[in-house]
Design a protein around this ligand. Structure first.
Ligand SMILES: Cc1cc2nc3c(=O)[nH]c(=O)nc-3n(C[C@H](O)[C@H](O)[C@H](O)COP(=O)(O)OP(=O)(O)OC[C@H]3O[C@@H](n4cnc5c(N)ncnc54)[C@H](O)[C@@H]3O)c2cc1C
Length: 806
């Protein structure tokens, strides 16, 4: 009996040290101390000491351990797929940030709360309230997208003159030098009016000539181009995508050959470029073409290397041989986008960004600069679009009545409204949090992929729900239709800057598992190290730490599952405390499942995208959920946010849980999946999707002009203006709410229950019978006019609808 107790004590002690991730030395001393104490009290069988010495002595003696590690390193080298230079550059790009905490199994919540809240400077706020507000007032999206298929010239002038192309350019070069959060706020506001104008403004402020020049340009190039880009004198575009190379951008066939040639009457060392690019935003109107191509030096004019690799150059579009100007017609959002070609176009080497020393490092330049930009432009577009859908759909659902009740009071519609509101909150939270991180100097490559992929996906889902709630109103095109554009244009942001299927299933987890894992990158580095002695040392250190980490995650996952994570420290004592506990639990689950899956599948995991996509979803939804907690905290935990925060967190946790369930159900070795389920879900699956009660509350709040609705849509363009449909819908909502008591009074006094079209008729009768005053009658007339103005759709003469050719 005593021996059974001893064994149990030893196992519990081991479990505790592993759970708390105590060091190997502490674990060894703890086990040794228990054995010594027991030996002093009673005789214990040798087997306990033998097992202890057999395990812990080799583990603590490095030379002995390294013999094992050396052998394992050889096995690892054999099974590890070779990492190409392009893959290595992608892996090295950017930094890892909060996503690594989530991946690591034991998030340090203090670190989350220490991230400084995103905020605007006075100057940035003034810009939003001034030039951005003015621009939004000018936007007539219907005319831009259906008739002019471009911004009017005065709007082009306005954006160039007011620095809309210069957010990322520092002040010393004539730019606005805005923070990432400020850029995000500006783009959110513009995109809430028009995705077309939003795209035009986004591109010069994303990955392109300015960003590349800032990080890699020569001082001369910076001084020449940056002020001209800031003032709009130069319009940039950046061309990477080729006909046969979309997602696989590293496979571009466009090439440059180093050679001598004539340049302004002199023979100079240069390159002869041939390219055929498509889908290039702003290319038809660009004056400065950023071009990615593969550079070759067959005659050894630069050195010994023939295949130099991907290179980026800046080419003035008036260079003879540069073809541009023709346009593509992107779905419903006709921003300037088109192909560009060139054949054997000669130019000097100093067209390369950073000069000839940067020949061949173009891929690194691109992936490095992509990590921050990807988290700003497209997520801000998703934020602006989603806020506009939430604002208008909430109001429309309340003023549109069928069966004599607002459609928004019907539970089926409420589900859609709750999803619209909840996902808008998620998008807002995650883009704000990530922008705040970037403003502290991070360039989080995995987080930026998460944010790009999930905000654009969610905003498309929001648009689909918005369409359904509006019914026919959203289907009939015309200036009164404020919904359809969000729906039609959604695939653009899904596709660009890393198409979402690829990003979700390959990049997020593919990069995340290596970059965010505390040991995998170190193990890989050791396998690539030609210095065998050092490689064994490094591998040994990483491998044994990894083993401890994996064992700890297994114990933690099982224990947190058994206790429902209720014993975990809650950083906050309100209702959010429970969510922190659940996230800690799922973080351990992800760390545990990751190690087991990587161990079972090895390099094959790269091709098993259905599994890696689900593991990526776990990481993504926990990252997004963390951002909600932070967002709510930074807002000062307003009471009116409680239900929407609950919806958002329930949604994220449920998605995380179902992704884990999917991994287990489809685990490559099915019996192992069943065993893993016992560790992961010992008492079954713990979380549910947002409850009906929460959905009803959130849906109601979205339909009332209260604090939740206003804050959820804060930052979009709400000012009443000629073309601002969102402000018109909100006005109609407010007026309807104002007349509702009057209509009720009329109905009760006259003993009628008016249909929608009878309100005005009965109001007239009520006025005549002195049930309501003249002013009240006028208010009803005006409110009904405002409502009908929203509910009505456009119609046209056939001639008006006929476009010329397209
Ligand atoms: C409106 C618009 C503007 C653009 N602007 C620019 C620009 O300014 N500059 C520029 O260089 N490019 C630009 N692009 C190009 C854009 O970046 C590419 O469209 C994008 O990289 C995807 O390439 P593709 O369209 O050829 O799709 P494909 O690469 O053919 O992909 C098709 C599908 O396969 C999926 N897929 C591909 N590989 C994998 C994988 N390994 N695992 C899982 N799924 C995979 C993709 O996710 C996608 O769903 C623009 C595109 C559009 C439509």
């Amino acid at each position: 009996m005593n021996l059974l107790i001893l064994t149990l004590v030893l196992l519990v002690a081991l479990g505790i040290t592993l759970y708390h991730r105590l060091s190997l030395l502490v674990t060894t001393l703890t086990v040794a101390a228990i054995l010594v104490l027991y030996s002093l009290q009673m005789s214990i069988p040798y087997v306990h000491w033998v097992v202890f010495l057999a395990i812990f002595i080799p583990l603590n003696l490095k030379p002995v351990r390294q013999i094992i590690s050396g052998k394992l390193l050889k096995v690892f080298k054999g099974i590890m797929p070779t990492i190409s230079d392009t893959e290595q550059e992608a892996l090295d790009a950017g930094t890892v940030w909060w996503e690594a905490e989530v991946f690591g199994g034991k998030p340090n919540w203090k670190r989350l709360h220490k991230v400084p809240p995103a905020k605007l400077s006075k100057e940035e706020q003034a810009y939003l309230d001034g030039p951005v507000e003015e621009l939004c007032k000018m936007i007539d999206d219907w005319t831009i997208s259906e008739y002019d298929r471009d911004m009017p010239p005065k709007m082009w002038e306005y954006i160039k003159k007011n620095g809309f192309f210069s957010f990322i350019i520092p002040k010393e070069y004539g730019g606005l030098g805005f923070s990432s959060y400020a850029q995000s706020q500006v783009l959110t506001k513009i995109n809430s009016c028009s995705a077309t104008v939003g795209s035009i403004v986004s591109v010069p402020n994303s990955l392109g000539p300015a960003e590349l020049l800032l990080h890699y340009g020569t001082e001369e190039q910076k001084k020449h181009y940056l002020p001209r880009l800031a003032s709009g004198e130069e319009v940039p575009c950046f061309a990477l995508t080729a006909v046969e190379a979309g997602s696989d951008a590293g496979a571009i066939p466009d090439k440059g050959i180093i050679c001598k040639g004539d340049w302004n009457g002199e023979e100079v060392l240069g390159m002869r470029l041939t390219w055929n690019k498509r889908y290039i935003t702003l290319a038809p109107v660009a004056t400065l073409l950023g071009l990615a191509f593969k550079l070759y030096d067959p005659d050894g004019l630069l050195g010994d290397e023939e295949d130099l690799g991907i290179t980026c150059a800046l080419i003035p579009t008036d260079t003879p041989g540069v073809n541009f100007g023709r346009r593509h017609h992107p779905i419903s959002t006709p921003f300037q986008n088109g192909p560009t070609t060139g054949k054997d176009v000669f130019m000097p080497l100093d067209y390369i960004i950073g000069g000839s020393k940067n020949a061949g490092i173009g891929w690194r330049m691109l992936v490095d600069c992509l990590s921050a930009g990807r988290a700003i432009s497209l997520p801000s577009g998703a934020t602006g679009g989603s806020k506009a859908v939430a604002y208008t759909t909430g109001a429309y659902a309340r003023i549109r009545k069928q069966f004599k009740v607002p459609v928004g009071y019907m539970e089926g519609v409420m589900e859609a409204l709750a999803r619209i509101a909840g996902k808008t909150y998620l998008i807002d939270a995650v883009r704000t949090f990530t922008a705040a991180g970037i403003d502290t100097g991070e360039k989080p490559s995995v987080a930026s992929a998460i944010v790009k992929c999930h905000t654009t996906n969610m905003s498309r889902e929001i648009a689909v729900d918005g369409m359904d709630v509006h019914g026919g109103k959203a289907i009939i095109m015309g200036p009164k239709n404020y919904m359809a554009k969000a729906y039609q244009s959604a695939p653009i942001s899904i596709t660009v800057e890393g198409a979402n299927i690829l990003t979700r299933s390959l990049i997020i987890y593919g990069q995340g598992s290596i970059r965010c894992h505390p040991y995998v990158l170190k193990e890989i580095a050791a396998t690539q190290n030609p210095d065998t002695k050092q490689a064994v040392k490094d591998f040994d250190k990483a491998l044994f730490a990894h083993v401890g980490f994996a064992a700890s995650n297994k114990i933690r996952t099982f224990w947190l599952g058994l206790t429902g994570s209720r014993l975990v420290f809650k950083p906050k004592s309100d209702f959010t405390g429970r969510y922190y506990q659940q996230l800690t639990r799922f973080s351990s689950t992800l760390a545990f499942l990751s190690d087991v899956t990587m161990g079972v599948l090895g390099g094959e995991l790269k091709r098993r995208e259905m599994i890696s996509g689900r593991l990526g979803d776990m990481l993504s939804y926990m990252y997004i959920a963390s951002s909600v907690l932070k967002f709510y905290e930074d807002k000062g935990r307003p009471a009116h946010d409680r239900e929407i925060v609950q919806w958002s967190l329930d949604y994220c946790l449920h998605q995380t849980q179902m992704a884990a369930d999917g991994v287990l159900r489809n685990f490559p070795i099915s019996w192992m999946g069943k065993l893993l389920r016992i560790v992961v879900f010992p008492l079954g699956m713990p979380v549910s999707a947002p409850s009906d009660k929460i959905q009803r509350k959130v849906a109601r709040q979205l339909q009332e002009p209260g604090a939740m609705r206003e804050e959820l849509t804060h930052g979009m363009f709400k000012t009443p203006a000629e073309f601002n449909n969102a402000a018109k819908v909100d006005r109609a909502l407010r007026m309807q709410l104002e007349i509702e008591p009057l209509v009720k009074k009329i109905a009760t006094t006259l003993g009628v229950k008016p249909d929608n079209h009878q309100v005005v008729i009965f109001a007239e009768q009520a006025k005549n019978e002195d049930i309501i005053t003249n002013d009240e009658y006028n208010l009803i007339i005006e409110a009904e006019k405002a409502r009908l103005d929203i509910i009505n759709v456009d119609d046209f003469e056939t001639e008006e609808m006929v476009h010329e050719k397209i």
